[in-house]
Design a protein around this ligand. Structure first.
Ligand code: PXL
Length: 272
């Protein structure tokens, strides 16, 4: 069989919760095959990111050339791109291989506060990569950086989405989990592509679980790769992420990780 393939470009997370590990699980859950290009290796556990070892831009490029010369990908998802040189390399290869369905998750800061992308890399992301993107999936703090405005409400999210789309991205999906709320308030994600769409779910107070952003963007990429339109793909990704947060796994003493395979874990007879 020939699977639908998603090229996941991002960092490795040794806790298995975010980054490329989360991407692979999400695209597998969606019935797709994940190809991977690693941009950085992180040493992290559930309490935080303790070390970052960026891969050289040349070797990021070599990974992309090697896989893409042999295997066409049906969509691309980018996550952690730590340096401007890596952003530029990824952008150049996207142009070289004429990759179209590119979902950019503009990963900037880890949950524990560690910076995953330099300031220069942010500038390159806006200048070189976003104009090549089919969709971008910032959370609220990332959307604030990209739109250069404060976001305090769903109304502000919509204003920011318009500003971000002017950077050259057709579809902007802003995830609302970081807006302050209580257990009665919904989390609303908004999609803007000339029209606005809102996707709301009950706030789960365990909250902003590790790996949710990576999982969400990967699920979106899988939907787009399979031929869903952006609204269907975003809705499916939202449903999937809510279930993954409900089924979050506790691994260590720190935060827990979203788990897309929660239902399978519960049923598995291979587990003691
Ligand atoms: O959640 C963003 C993210 C992306 N990629 C890597 C990460 C993290 C968060 O910790 O470690 C590799």
């Amino acid at each position: 069989m020939k699977p639908v393939k998603i090229l996941c470009i991002g960092g490795s997370d040794s806790s298995g919760g975010a980054g490329t590990q989360a991407d692979l699980k999400a695209v597998s859950f969606c019935g797709c095959w994940g190809l991977t290009v690693i941009t950085a290796v992180t040493a992290q556990n559930t309490k935080g990111v303790l070390g970052i070892y960026p891969v050289s831009p040349e070797f990021v490029g070599r990974q992309m050339d090697t896989i893409l010369k042999d295997t066409a990908s049906d969509a691309v998802k980018t996550g952690m791109l730590p340096t401007s040189e890596i952003v530029q390399t990824v952008a150049n290869k996207i142009k070289k291989y004429k990759l179209k369905k590119v979902i950019v998750d503009p990963v900037m800061i880890a949950k524990g506060g560690r910076i995953l992308m330099s300031n220069k890399a942010r500038t390159s992301l806006v200048k070189d990569l976003l104009p090549l993107a089919f969709a971008a999936t910032p959370n609220v703090p990332e959307a604030e950086v990209l739109s250069k405005m404060k976001i305090k409400s769903v109304f502000d999210m919509k204003k920011a989405a318009i500003k971000i789309s002017r950077l050259g991205v057709k579809n902007v999906l802003i995830k609302g989990g970081h807006l302050t709320g209580n257990k009665k308030s919904d989390v609303t994600d908004i999609l803007y592509n000339g029209n606005f769409y809102e996707f709301s779910s009950k706030r789960i107070l365990s909250g902003d679980t590790h790996g949710t952003g990576c999982t969400y963007a990967s699920a979106l990429a899988a939907g787009i790769a399979k031929g869903e339109n952006i609204v269907e793909a975003a809705l499916r990704a939202k449903i999937m992420i809510v279930a993954a947060i409900k089924n979050a796994v506790t691994l260590g003493e720190g935060y827990s990780s979203a788990n897309v395979f929660g239902e399978i874990f519960k049923k598995s007879t291979l587990r003691t």
